[in-house]
Design a protein around this ligand. Structure first.
Ligand SMILES: [Fe+2]
Ligand SMILES: [Fe+2]
Ligand SMILES: [Fe+2]
Ligand SMILES: [Fe+2]
Length: 401
């Protein structure tokens, strides 16, 4: 069904602020929530955080008091949306349990985007990141079993496998090798731009979460694992943001952000089965319509035609669904691949890269927490934790011994 966000009626800006009583939502029950309801919550929290921070950056680079006021007004609503969403996470959910949710989002979101993105280079970059976050899920799952005695499959709900990806220890590369080629927004399919923006918001939130909450972990090894993976999320944010077309103006970028929020809330409103959560997606969609239409009007006055930037009717919805077969296919083909400058591929097809080895030697000089956590769980639980739902690992060298 086609949905034109420029035409649908939204909630007027001055009616968007909610009282505290409404904002302090009742959290979900961590034992009952559907993994993909949680995934939608995690992603939309990241998207709202990006929305608020982007708007602050825009305001800091803007010499126009009227537009600054407009940004402040919309941003207040974005901030409330973020609070309503993030406060759905209950207080009895530990940061490590939430972390499992974050990496499940990274895996199943990246796989969906990768399988559907029109641009082949962007697909290559997504697949590259996919195998790294997939490995994070395995490392954190072992930490979870070892420290809290919980199997992550309880949270993942048999939608996502837990087994090694590209080993985290090998993901540490020189910063120059994280920067990719950017898309040409005028030639790129609009879907490509929305996909990049969405994944970037998710990865940035993961980076923020680990950098702020990794230090709340008690055991030294877990603290180290958060540090190590937080640094990979820094690499991921560098990688994904470099895909964006840097010639996009601030106002065009604001428009893209609001359009993306409309598209995501609309996607999730359609899919959400949880009767307590669905009305939140619907309410927020109705707010976003006004955000989008307000920016569109300002953009037109500045000579930017919104419909030339984004399609009048929303593209097909983003979906959270099990991606086991897709991930297995990419694992089998690309687990050994590396990056050099903007190229990604099997090591033998990449240029000679001494800075990769130098970075590896420096950072992994005394081992790495991501390896220690597996060894330690093996000695504590008898074997490492995996949840392979469709047979043994597709890569012979990564099968359990
Ligand atoms: Fe928003
Ligand atoms: Fe990750
Ligand atoms: Fe990541
Ligand atoms: Fe918005």
């Amino acid at each position: 069904m086609s949905f034109n966000p420029f035409k649908e009626r939204g909630i007027p800006a001055e009616k968007q602020l909610r009282p505290w009583s409404e904002l302090n939502v009742k959290p979900y029950d961590k034992n009952e929530v559907h993994p993909y309801t949680k995934a939608r919550i995690i992603l939309m929290n990241g998207v709202e955080v990006e929305g608020a921070i982007f708007s602050h950056q825009f305001a800091r680079n803007l010499d126009d008091p009227e537009l600054k006021k407009q940004l402040a007004l919309t941003r207040r609503a974005e901030q409330q949306q973020q609070k309503a969403i993030n406060w759905l996470s209950p207080g009895d959910e530990t940061p490590l349990e939430t972390t499992i949710g974050y990496e499940q989002v990274a895996v199943d979101l990246t796989a969906f985007l990768s399988a559907n993105v029109p641009d082949p280079y962007v697909k290559q970059v997504f697949d590259f990141g996919l195998l790294e976050d997939f490995d994070h899920l395995y490392r954190y799952s072992n930490l979870l079993q070892m420290t809290e005695g919980i199997k992550s499959e309880k949270m993942l709900g048999k939608f996502t496998e837990v087994t090694p990806g590209r080993p985290t220890i090998k993901e540490h590369r020189h910063p120059f090798d994280d920067v990719r080629k950017h898309v040409d927004r005028k030639k790129a399919d609009p879907l490509t731009n929305l996909f990049i923006l969405t994944l970037l918001a998710g990865e940035q939130q993961t980076m923020n979460f680990y950098m702020n909450l990794g230090n709340t972990f008690k055991e030294q090894l877990g603290r180290g694992l958060y540090q190590e993976i937080a640094m990979i999320e820094e690499q991921h944010v560098t990688q994904y943001e470099s895909l964006l077309d840097p010639t996009t103006s601030w106002i065009e970028n604001a428009l893209l952000h609001e359009y993306n929020e409309c598209w995501l809330y609309w996607s999730f409103m359609e899919q959400e089965k949880d009767a307590k959560i669905k009305p939140i997606w619907e309410l927020h969609l109705n707010m976003e319509l006004t955000h989008l239409q307000t920016v569109a009007e300002i953009a037109r006055k500045m000579g930017v035609e919104p419909e030339q930037l984004v399609p009048a009717s929303l593209p097909k919805p983003l979906e959270f669904k099990s991606q086991i077969d897709y991930v297995r296919g990419i694992l089998a083909e690309q687990v050994t691949w590396n990056a050099c400058e903007t190229q990604i591929g099997p090591p033998e097809k990449l240029p000679e890269n001494s800075r990769y080895k130098a970075t590896q030697d420096l950072l992994n000089a005394k081992g790495a927490p991501s390896e220690e956590v597996i060894n330690m769980n093996r000695s504590k639980s008898g074997k490492e934790y995996r949840c392979e739902l469709k047979g043994e690992h597709p890569v012979r060298e990564l099968r359990s011994k």
